[in-house]
Design a binder for this molecule. Structure first.
Ligand code: MN
Length: 133
């Protein structure tokens, strides 16, 4: 069993990926990274992360396409998907949320709050038993 959250970061910009992974690991999470939407789907199916943090503009399959595939997958749709993108125009947030993401964070990310922003989307596992408080 694992008490650490597994977070999948999908980002094709290495500096951005490194920063997000660093911040999430520093907050106590286990982090996997990849650079493409198709890879994200494969990793999600294999490793079942607690949350997927995904850029929109990726190498082969875009974040929007990958989110749509995940949202339509009976096994994987429950994994929260958070878009992290610099593509922040008026109306973009609503478009992203309608396209299969539960959350949206605009770049540049805020390093002091990023991990907490992501953690807010992680559904805590049900406790095995009550510890009485
Ligand atoms: Mn990108």
């Amino acid at each position: 069993m694992s008490s650490r959250n597994l977070i999948l970061v999908v980002e094709d910009n290495k500096a951005s990926s490194d920063l997000m992974a660093y911040l999430l690991r520093a907050a106590g999470n286990t982090v996997m990274t990849c650079t493409d939407g198709a890879d994200a789907i494969a990793i999600a199916g294999h490793d079942h992360p607690q949350v997927i943090v995904m850029d929109l503009q990726l190498e082969r399959m875009s974040g929007l396409e990958a989110a749509a595939v995940l949202a339509a997958d009976a096994e994987l749709k429950a994994i929260p998907r958070i878009a992290v993108t610099a593509y922040a125009m008026v109306g973009d947030r609503d478009r992203v949320l309608k396209a299969g993401f539960q959350g949206y964070i605009a770049k540049p990310i805020e390093p002091t709050t990023f991990a907490a922003q992501i953690k807010a989307f992680i559904v805590p596992a049900a406790p095995a038993q009550s510890d009485g408080g």
